[in-house]
Design a protein around this ligand. Structure first.
Ligand SMILES: [Zn+2]
Ligand SMILES: [Zn+2]
Length: 346
């Protein structure tokens, strides 16, 4: 019987420890994935800290998984073959019987399966996932590049393409971290007049490099909303920063009928008054990631437009260090745990 390495968390808030798990066979409609790389998402902290209901310890988190199909369960062989390169993100499978699933809206499934929550995630060399969670990785994306596309990538790409913004519209991306740096690239490639908003004058160069047409330094003194209005007002603000105060501060910078798309998760409430929304007819919308098909669309668009995440890879043994860099906001720009040689290749 073979085994594989995982970086597990023994109890809420505990550090990662390397241990072995026994390989098991995938069940019906599941596949076993040999994981090459797994990105570290800000929301992994909610798992590690036990801040979500029914998180089980010991925990193997990680929902930005890229690897290869190693074994197929019954009912999957027609679609998936051993060796296929696949990614699994926040969307880790759906129930197929709740009201949302029956309407074909799988990403808001009431029993959504999230890797690390419903089953062991990608902080381990193997993952068994439902086949409906698999996104095929295109040629041209390495495992380390594909992994962040399964959460950071799809959430920003889908958040923008499902928004009311059309080519030429002013679109602002709040935050220049793991999500935001991709959000700016996607927004520019989609043809939006793109504004990057971040903290500090030193980010201006990066914003321009990513394709932003304008940069707003939120620490410069001028309120962010006023800076946005001076550019004509944003049709959409894509809020990637996990900072409710910073998100709330953008609302008055929306143009009439503008939309605030919230994807950065902070436990603090947003502070928005009804009056702020009423007169200009604004919309505040939460945006939940995307399905496996959306992840495929994200990766295809990235290959088409030459968009790659900026990643920093570390071996699984350095999970604590990598996780610490993500928490401290010092990652440039997405930390990725590499389990294999293929995972290390940027
Ligand atoms: Zn995530
Ligand atoms: Zn469902």
């Amino acid at each position: 019987m073979s085994s594989y390495r995982v970086a597990q968390v023994g109890a809420a808030g505990a550090p990662f420890e390397i241990t072995e798990r026994t390989t098991r066979r995938p069940g019906p409609h599941e596949v076993r994935i040999a994981v090459d790389a797994c990105g570290i998402c800000h929301s992994d902290a909610m798992f590690v800290n036990g801040a979500l209901p029914d998180v089980q310890f010991p925990l193997v988190t990680g929902h930005e998984i890229a690897g290869r199909v190693a074994e197929t369960g019954d009912g999957t062989g027609g679609h998936w073959q051993v060796g296929d390169r696949v990614a699994v993100g926040w969307f880790g499978g759906s129930c197929h019987h709740c009201a949302a699933c029956r309407q074909g809206d799988f990403v808001v499934c009431e029993e959504l399966k999230v890797p690390g929550w419903s089953y062991d995630g990608g902080f381990g060399a193997e993952v068994i996932a439902p086949a409906d969670a698999l996104a095929r990785i295109p040629t041209g994306l390495s495992a380390a590049e594909a992994a962040p596309m399964a959460c950071a990538g799809v959430t920003t790409y889908n958040g923008l393409r499902r928004s009311p913004a059309r080519p030429g519209d002013l679109v602002a991306v709040l935050g220049l971290g793991g999500l935001g740096h991709l959000g700016v690239r996607f927004a520019a490639a989609m043809g939006f007049e793109t504004v990057a908003i971040a903290r500090g004058a030193d980010k201006a160069e990066l914003a321009e490099e990513l394709g932003a047409h304008h940069y707003i330094d939120s620490t410069a003194g001028t309120p962010v909303a006023e800076a946005l209005r001076s550019l004509g007002g944003a049709r959409v603000v894509l809020a990637t920063a996990a900072n409710s105060a910073a998100i709330s501060a953008t609302v008055d910078g929306l143009a009439h009928r503008g939309e605030l798309v919230v994807i950065g998760a902070d436990a603090e409430p947003l502070t928005i008054t009804p009056a702020q929304l009423l007169m200009p007819g604004l919309v505040v919308r939460g945006h939940p990631s995307g399905t496996a098909r959306d992840v495929e669309d994200t990766m295809a668009f990235s290959v088409l437009q030459g968009i790659r995440p900026m990643v920093e890879t570390m071996p699984l043994e350095q999970a604590n260090e990598a996780y610490g860099k993500m928490l401290a906001g010092t990652a440039r720009f997405r930390m990725v745990l590499a389990h294999t040689e293929a995972g290390r290749a940027g």
